[in-house]
Design a protein around this ligand. Structure first.
Ligand code: NAD
Ligand code: UDP
Length: 309
């Protein structure tokens, strides 16, 4: 039986990943310090004897006595509302924390998959974004703690690959949504759903013409696992290429929630990317992966979950 370590496993994507790995009959060790994750996200997983949990901040070295075959590295706050609140923790986790996890991968001879992000492309000048694009990032703005930590992370992994003979996987995740997103994390999906369900104004930032491309979490997790199992060790975009403006997205959520909410335009945050859409040709070619869940179906599932919480 394969033993798989998931850092950030009590977070939104990490908890879905742990669940899927357990369903596949893997042994899962989940590590989290709950800076943005929640025990409720993994509560049901404790019923599975193949699941164990270690409360630990990866910014401190990790000691694991068991064998480890694979490491999914997801530990990092990811929401723009966290960037001005905990920028030093984000940079420390993305640098010293990642180095600690890489050292564990070297010690255990484990394959490691690191979750990078579409934010490495910054406010992209190329559209849609291919893995070959180097990005357009403001290195000193409020988002830079996250964007630059992830760019540093990719550089660190490539250095470990060249010098320490590790077998890495690097995924650039694009906007992902679904059940278990933190209702108060400020990201557009939980914010709009919460507002719509309460018939409160929907806070569209700027004129709402900026675009995003939203991937349902189950599709994202399938992509992460496909990449881990592949033999491709350079960055791969995993996201859903269907692009939508934020204003259209707000209207869709109002409709799906049968809500009476009105749109309330608010100032656009600084360095907010204008357009974002993954080019997923590489994922299709190397992994045979592409998303299956439509935005409407994924949103219905997400809205149902928010209604119950
Ligand atoms: P999340 O905040 O829900 O999950 C991150 C988890 O990591 C949390 O449980 C948090 O407590 C934990 N964590 C953070 N710092 C830690 C530390 N120092 N030690 C131990 N645990 C720590 O976020 P998410 O949306 O699930 O994102 C997971 C990963 O995917 C992150 O690396 C993120 O950068 C990446 N990503 C997510 C998206 C998205 O749309 N959700 C997009 C691009 C990249
Ligand atoms: N956004 C918005 N209203 C909100 C929250 C976000 O209009 O209440 C916009 C935000 O400005 C951005 C998009 O929605 O253009 C996606 O934001 P999110 O924070 O979810 O993720 P990002 O892609 O910016 O990391």
């Amino acid at each position: 039986m394969k033993t798989i370590l998931v850092t950030g496993g009590a977070g939104f994507i990490g908890s879905h990943l742990c669940e899927t790995l357990l369903e596949q009959g893997k042994k899962v060790i989940c590590i989290d310090n709950f800076v943005t994750g929640k025990k409720e996200n993994i509560a049901e997983l404790f019923e599975n004897e193949n699941f164990s949990f270690i409360e630990h901040d990866i910014s401190n070295p990790l000691e694991i006595s068991e064998k480890v075959d694979q490491i999914f590295e997801l530990a990092s706050p990811a929401s723009p509302v966290d960037f001005p609140k905990i920028p030093i923790e984000i940079l420390t986790t993305g640098s010293i924390g990642l180095k600690n996890v890489l050292d564990l991968a070297v010690e255990k001879k484990a394959r490691i998959l690191h979750t990078s992000t579409s934010e490495v492309y910054g406010d992209p000048l190329e559209h849609p974004q291919k893995e070959t694009y180097w990005g357009n990032v403001n290195p000193i703005g409020e988002r830079s703690c996250y964007d630059e930590a992830k760019r540093f992370g990719e550089a660190l992994i490539m250095a470990y690959k060249r010098k320490k003979d590790i077998d890495p996987r690097i995924v650039r995740i694009f906007n992902t949504y679904g059940p278990k997103m933190r209702p108060d994390d400020g990201r557009v999906v939980p914010t709009f759903i919460k507002q719509a369900l309460a018939n409160k104004p929907i806070t569209v930032f700027g004129d709402g013409k900026q675009t995003r491309s939203f991937c349902f979490v189950k599709d994202e997790v399938a992509g992460l696992i496909a990449l881990m199992e592949s033999d491709y060790s350079l960055p791969v975009n995993i996201g859903n290429p269907s692009e939508i403006t934020i204003l259209e997205f707000a209207k869709k959520i109002v409709e799906l929630c049968n809500s009476k909410s009105q749109i309330d335009f608010k100032p656009l945050p600084k360095d907010d990317p204008v357009r974002r859409k993954p080019d997923i040709s590489l994922a299709k070619e190397k992994l045979g992966w592409e998303p299956k869940v439509s935005l409407e179906d994924g949103l219905k599932k997400t809205i149902d979950w928010f209604k119950k919480t």
